[in-house]
Design a protein around this ligand. Structure first.
Ligand code: 523
Length: 127
């Protein structure tokens, strides 16, 4: 399983542009990664966001749905709140953007992330 985070801060959602592998490079995703043995999805999410972006986060609720990836993998998404740190593209990404609700269509999301982003859009804080 792969877990990704819908990270919200100040009413915006964090989008990350992949730098690898070549077939995904340049497309945007909700950041995250594969579960390691023994991890729960929220634990994996906190670890991946720390490794990839250098931030501490608190997982919130799971966004309903499960989206197929490569054979044997599915994508699940959890909301997450930024606790500390300023996200920077340390690993796997070459650009980050904070998107307001009306800007969600301004980046080229990975196909499999689109339905998750649409669901996440319904969870903008204060809306
Ligand atoms: N996706 C994906 N969307 C999305 C993520 C976080 C991942 O489609 N929001 C896909 C991309 C890869 C696979 O899931 O095909 C694994 O994601 P990756 O490479 O971010 O996971 P890692 O960092 O755990 O992978 P390894 O480098 O292999 O450990």
């Amino acid at each position: 399983m792969v877990v990704a985070g819908a990270v919200f801060d100040e009413g915006r959602l964090l989008a990350a542009r992949r730098s690898a592998p070549p077939e995904l490079a340049g497309r945007w995703e909700l950041p995250g990664g594969k579960l390691e043995p023994g991890e729960t999805a929220p634990q994996a999410l906190v670890r991946e966001l720390r490794e990839e972006l250098g931030v501490e986060t608190e997982p919130g609720e799971r966004i309903p749905g499960e989206w197929p990836l490569a054979p044997g993998y599915v994508l699940q998404v959890w909301t997450a709140r930024l606790l500390s740190g300023e996200p920077s593209p340390l690993q796997d990404h070459d650009e980050l953007r904070w998107l307001a609700r009306h800007e969600l269509d301004s980046v080229d999301w990975l196909d499999q992330d689109r339905p998750a982003v649409a669901e996440a859009a319904r969870r903008f804080p204060g809306e």
